[in-house]
Design a protein around this ligand. Structure first.
Ligand code: FAD
Ligand code: EPU
Length: 338
């Protein structure tokens, strides 16, 4: 375990914001973590746990210690006739775990192909895409509660998973170091092509061709066609959550904007795509200084050219104001602003 001073985080966040941390430490095992927990620098500083930095916006240098999770391992710990339980270290790259499962024809995370970041961050916002969410296959996770230095196991019911949310994004934010996640995957996969973009692409294949591997390949293609590659344009995926509104609000919007899109998610709860709201404000592919929105997906804010985190944050507030003024809907930020 090695603590580095004045560490540049530019290559550790997908917005590529040029900031530094007072201290930086990479953790490869629980033994490393134990050593860190009794260190003066850990005890006397603010801390931030970092995975792949793909859902973080740094608005200034980080005053304190950044703890980068690099615990890597993939193990099949149990199986029965129908399910296999795969336990992965929190520092494993999420898409590597997806590829591992897809190659073995284990069903459940193929729709979550190509999401950037680490396994340990996946439960934090209950990652989701193309009609699937982590919670659908989540079995348990282990993490060290930092204050008590205690290894604790959380099962699905303990995590309060919701849309882009969990107990780890709220009550336990920065209080627990997630060290591993166990998924319960299907040995007899059930293909899920309910999401409209996926259903559309799947039409090009016969039913028997729609294997876990094929779905993964299709999802990857769709994602590549819609979302910017962070190595080309710094970004953190969707900057805001899709707002969830009640029936009354949805009907008010339908009366005013006849082409509005909405999805019924729960009894009387409707999701309105934030990308649509932003586009309707004339802000799709809009640029302001060094920052702006992606031309193919208005929900993604881009660092075009060495923008500062503050600039991006201010731009996000500008979008929020425009959307509020036009629709009286408050956008909620999805990205973790630090
Ligand atoms: P980081 O950004 O490093 O951290 C995110 C948060 O988790 C921070 O608060 C951090 O402190 C905390 N954290 C990280 N690791 C740990 C740990 N081990 N223990 C405790 N806390 C921890 N998300 C989706 O849900 N669906 C998508 O389709 C999607 N598409 C994306 C596309 C692009 C191009 C990009 C750039 C991002 C996208 N995202 C998407 C967002 C992002 O990929 C996910 O939120 C991902 O899970 C973040 O992982 P990370 O390791 O980079 O987390
Ligand atoms: N839309 C527009 N204009 C835009 C963008 C989208 O009108 O600029 C419309 C689309 O035409 C479509 C609807 O909005 O009818 C939904 O668009 P899309 O399928 O692209 O998905 P999204 O709602 O914008 C969400 C997630 C993504 C996830 C995709 C696919 C959130 C906040 N975002 O985006 O997750 O990959 O669905 O499931 O829920 C992320 O969280 O970082 C992320 C990228």
């Amino acid at each position: 375990m090695n603590i580095v001073k004045d560490f540049s985080l530019t290559n550790y966040n997908t917005f590529h914001i040029d900031v530094k941390a007072d201290y930086f430490c990479e953790i490869h095992s629980l033994e490393d973590l134990q050593e860190l927990l009794s260190h003066n620098i850990f005890l006397n500083n603010n801390r931030l746990i970092l995975g792949g930095g793909s859902n973080i916006l740094f608005t200034s240098d980080f005053s304190g210690l950044v703890i980068k999770n690099s615990i890597k391992s993939i193990e099949e710990i149990h199986e029965d006739e129908h399910f296999v339980f795969v336990k992965a270290g929190a520092g494993v790259i999420w898409d590597e775990l997806v590829n591992y499962c897809v190659n073995k024809n284990y069903g459940g995370i193929e729709n979550l192909t190509y999401i950037p970041g680490t396994v340990g961050a996946a439960p934090i916002q209950n990652i989701g895409a193309y009609g699937a969410e982590l919670k659908d296959v989540f079995y348990s996770l282990e993490g060290v509660v930092l204050k008590e230095n205690k290894l604790k196991e959380f099962y699905k019911k303990d995590c309060y998973f919701g849309y882009r949310s969990s107990i780890f994004k709220n009550e336990y934010k920065n209080k627990i170091f997630i060290s591993s996640v166990t998924l319960k995957l299907n040995k007899i996969p059930k293909i899920n092509i309910e999401y409209s973009a996926l259903k559309e692409s799947a039409k090009n294949y016969k039913t028997e061709e729609l294997t876990v591997a094929k779905i993964s390949e299709i999802v990857k293609e769709i994602r590549k066609s819609k979302l910017p590659d962070p190595s080309e344009f710094g970004n953190a995926g969707s900057f805001f959550k899709n707002p969830e509104v009640d029936k009354e609000t949805k009907e008010r919007l339908e009366n005013e904007f006849e082409d509005i899109i909405s999805f019924n998610t729960d009894k009387d709860i409707y999701k309105i795509p934030a990308g649509w709201l932003i586009e309707k404000c004339g802000l799709k592919g809009f640029r302001l200084g060094n920052t702006g929105t992606y031309k193919k997906q208005a929900l993604v804010i881009i660092n075009f050219n060495n923008a500062s985190g503050k600039e991006i944050y201010e731009f996000s507030n500008f979008i929020k104001d425009k959307v509020y003024n036009k629709f009286q809907i408050e956008l909620e930020t999805e990205v973790n602003v630090v």
